[in-house]
Design a protein around this ligand. Structure first.
Ligand SMILES: C[S@@+](CC[C@H](N)C(=O)[O-])C[C@H]1O[C@@H](n2cnc3c(N)ncnc32)[C@H](O)[C@@H]1O
Length: 191
């Protein structure tokens, strides 16, 4: 089976309870491929997925772009463990996953970024991944402000692909340079 051909196949790499969350929480395979192609530019790009979940974006990117390194930062340790296990099963050595809050990460270690509206779970009452973390509108605002500050300090030429972004987190210095086949995917470059 070619796991990378459809979401139906890819999501079988995960335990059933995790694949059941895919349509709501994990990046569709076509979006991941398009976003990774936009970000994996230059000789040896280092790409960070901000809120990497079970690693779907990073794993698809790493499989398609052997010149690039994809790192995920994820607050839920159980999801990081699943991401690591799937990357190992697929023998991908250009992707890795960290457990922690993105606020602890030094963004200057990376060239380009992927962001699938990770903070939105703070605004919804149902349909959340699980109840192991705190949710609140205050956290949504705090994380948006922190991300905004991190992005603002990055050099010109930095690329970000956002999926379902509220765009509050994007400083004015980033310009939209394209939109994906799925119009919720946007490509940004810092000027
Ligand atoms: C919509 S999912 C996207 C997962 C993955 N990027 C993908 O595209 O398949 C967002 C993820 O961000 C994580 N997340 C939310 N806030 C976070 C934070 N402050 N630091 C790290 N991870 C966070 C959530 O736990 C969730 O797994």
């Amino acid at each position: 089976m070619d796991f990378f051909s459809t979401d139906q196949y890819f999501d079988q790499l995960y335990p059933p309870a995790i694949s059941a969350l895919a349509s709501r929480h994990w990046t569709p395979i076509g979006v991941a491929k398009e976003a990774a192609a936009f970000l994996a530019v230059g000789p040896n790009p280092r790409i960070l997925d901000i809120g990497s979940g079970v690693g779907k974006f990073c794993i698809i990117g790493a499989n398609n772009h052997s010149n690039a390194v994809f790192t995920g930062i994820e607050q839920r340790e159980s999801l990081t463990q699943i991401a690591q296990s799937v990357a190992k099963q697929l023998s991908l050595n250009n992707t890795s996953f960290l457990t922690g809050n993105f606020t602890e990460i030094d963004f200057t270690q990376f060239h380009h970024f992927y962001f699938y509206n990770a903070f939105y779970e703070n605004l919804i009452d149902n349909d959340s991944i699980d109840q192991t973390v705190k949710y609140s509108p205050e956290l949504f605002n705090l994380y948006n402000r922190k991300l905004y500050k991190q992005l603002k300090n990055l050099p010109a030429g930095t690329r970000i692909a956002t999926f379902h972004s509220s765009e509050n987190e994007m400083p004015n210095s980033y310009q939209v340079v394209g939109v994906g086949l799925n119009e919720d995917l946007k490509f940004w470059v810092k000027v």
